[in-house]
Design a binder for this molecule. Sequence first.
Ligand code: PGA
Length: 246
Amino acid sequence: MRTRLVAGNWKMHGSRAENGPRLKAIAQAAPAIAGVECAVCVPFPYLAQAAEALAGSGVALGAQNVSEHEPGAWTGEVCASMLADFGCRYAIVGHSERRQHFGESDRQVAAKFGAALAHGLVPILCVGETLAEREAGRTGEVVGRQLEAVLERAGRQAFAQAVIAYEPVWAIGTGKTATPAMVQEVHALLREQVLPQTRILYGGSVKAANAAALFALPDVDGGLIGGASLVAEEFLAIARAAQRKD
Ligand code: PGA
């Protein structure tokens, strides 16, 4: 049985003052949500604050990006061993905002994935199509290509640990959620390429109101939550919706 995972992606939001109460609320409530692993992926400067606030709560810590490089002369980069040093369990790689706005290529995403794994982090590999790609009937081809780049480099066995997040680009931060049928179709396609135990999350405008319908799908193992993860009660409600009903 795959353990459900609900991970918050705070993106570039937060301040020490705002984070404190949010982290405290999550750390207090999450242990009662049996059978669901919660994680928060915070901006780099807040890793230490989050690690301290979440200590002992069972809520995992994650980063939103990781360098593909080992320590060295890479100004402005943060490497996987540093994230591990701060107690991170997860690192998001290949988020569409990084692919779109920072020009990350499939090759680079695969390298980041490898760097995370090499340092004992669990990569959360994001894949997803744009609206134009979906409308052109290219969804399967696009997510297949994004995943294939990682499989070629890291091998299928890497997905014994690694997590995938299917995030249609047109559903991120737009309030438009993919229909359950669309989500299940892509998740099933992805699952064929990885392992039966690989957790495949859905992301894109997930909120408490639509989470249960998405988490009821056979190949959805949780969610990667952006905007809604910034409100502790909303994030916790989504995590509760991920509890298995059987
Ligand atoms: P959203 O973001 O929930 O705000 O749509 C999801 C993500 O980008 O991971």
